[in-house]
Design a protein around this ligand. Structure first.
Ligand code: EPZ
Length: 416
């Protein structure tokens, strides 16, 4: 399958933003802790969600999807290990580690390989688990963790506000009697959503959204229902598509409080925004202005995941923009593909210098990773002629029907 784009159309119209992948994934892992049924609404139809459901099924849960509602019955969990092929399909399956440990007292996963964003170590995850007293053995590429008598609530200090490590620490301490404190916790909205899910099932997780989270262990979690927050990165992606095509788009079902830092560079580039309730209107200028400097930082700063699409739209801005990626070591692979479309970008370590060009021209390109692939779609929308985008399985990990949504906004885009 490839995505074909005939560039040049201005995007106009309304689009609804689907549920957040990076909230749904840890929440699906958390359903393992519930000795009953978890009904998850606004769960996006993504391949990463499908892999999570395969993992839950392998662990003994009964899973059912009804449109954008997923039902997981984790009454009887019968297995404590995730097979290698499933671990490899999705790096973020490491977040199942803490959940399996909480429920099964032991867990075996294969160490998630590095991926397109550079080495993706899980040292902070394992350090958090060992601070709680779980024993950890790593050999032949497998990680086996065990709950021991000494395993108990503890004070965890995260040297870096790792999203995944924060989620694993919460999941691994949720059923441990006593008070666990996580200092240096990630503050992303997806962490708050995970805590809200756990608390709706009887958990006691306080302080999510701040850098200090307190988890009071409980004996059991009970059947619950939860609605996943909207995906702020998908929202940013559609805003980039509107911006680069000089369009006018209304996004519905967004959580505006999650988009504050995302909107700054859009406004600097000359886009006008109107916010009300759960809708956001963006009106782009004919020609984008350069954005002198954007740096990615942990939440609430500008999110690393929105970086590639911002870089894509700035390839046509008037002047020179500078973009600094501070979170991942090697998140610029997509830039070579943007250059095939005529972008003028030079990279120095974590810094990308984007010289605005007069126009882009369609080409044959390959998605290198999830957000890098989305950036190619964004650039293709404004390129002259046809662009063919291959390896779109990367894109389908995180976007529910990106070509359908953009087509409904007036893009000439098909998936064949
Ligand atoms: C989550 O990944 C997201 N994925 C990522 O989204 C997102 O980019 C990232 O958080 C940062 O916001 C999911 O939620 C499924 P981290 P995660 O732990 O948890 C280093 C997307 O496009 N690190 O905050 O893996 C790591 O190498 C994806 O949707 C360690 O060194 O991110 C990276 O450089 C991409 N040791 C940095 O921290 C560790 O033990 C950020 O990692 C863990 C992480």
């Amino acid at each position: 399958m490839k995505i074909y784009v005939q560039g040049g159309n201005c995007l106009r119209g309304d689009a609804t933003v689907h549920g957040a992948k990076n909230s749904a994934l840890p929440i699906l892992a958390a359903t393992l802790l519930v000795e009953g049924q978890s009904v998850i609404h606004n769960c996006p139809k993504l391949t990463d969600v499908d892999v999570s459901l395969k993992i839950l099924t392998k662990l003994g849960c009964r899973c059912k999807r009804e449109e954008n509602t997923v039902i997981v019955d984790a009454t009887s969990v019968s297995c404590d290990s995730i097979p290698d092929e499933l671990m490899r399909e999705m790096r973020s399956s490491v977040v199942f580690l803490g959940a399996i440990l909480s429920r099964c007292k032991s867990a075996t996963v294969s160490s998630p390989g590095g991926c397109e964003l550079g080495p993706r170590p899980i040292d902070l995850h394992l350090k958090a688990l060992s601070t709680l007293g779980y024993t950890i053995n790593e050999n032949h590429g497998y990680i086996t963790c065990l709950k021991e008598d000494k395993t108990c609530a503890a004070v965890i200090n995260l040297p870096f506000a790792s999203v995944g490590a924060t989620e694993n620490a919460i999941l691994a301490s949720c059923l441990l009697s006593g008070k666990t404190i996580i200092h240096g916790a990630a503050r992303e909205p997806e962490i708050i959503d995970l805590a809200n899910f756990l608390n709706s099932a009887g958990g006691k997780v306080y302080g999510a959204g701040s850098d200090t989270i307190e988890v009071y262990g409980v004996n059991k979690l009970y059947s619950t229902e939860h609605t996943v927050i909207p995906d702020r990165i998908v929202a940013a992606t559609y805003l980039s598509a509107a911006a680069i095509t000089g369009g006018e788009v209304v996004l519905k079902g967004v959580n505006l409080s999650h988009l504050n830092s995302v909107l700054n560079p859009f406004r600097e580039s000359g886009c006008k925004t109107r916010l009300s309730g759960d809708t956001l209107k963006l009106v782009a200028p004919k020609k984008l202005l350069r954005v002198p400097l954007t740096k990615t930082v942990v939440y609430p700063g500008f999110p690393t995941d929105a970086g590639p699409c911002l870089v894509a739209m700035l390839t046509l801005a008037k002047g020179t923009s500078v973009f600094v990626e501070n979170i991942f070591e090697n998140r610029f692979k997509y830039i070579d593909e943007l250059k095939r479309l005529g972008a003028n970008i030079s990279i120095q370590n974590r810094v990308a210098v984007i010289e605005g060009v007069r126009s882009l021209s369609g080409a044959v390109v390959e998605a290198t990773d999830l957000r890098g692939g989305a950036a190619l779609v964004v650039a293709a929308l404004a390129a002259n002629g046809e662009t063919q985008i291959g390896s779109i399985h990367h894109i389908e990990r995180g976007y529910e029907d990106i070509s359908g949504v953009l087509w409904s906004l007036g893009a000439k885009i098909t998936k064949e």
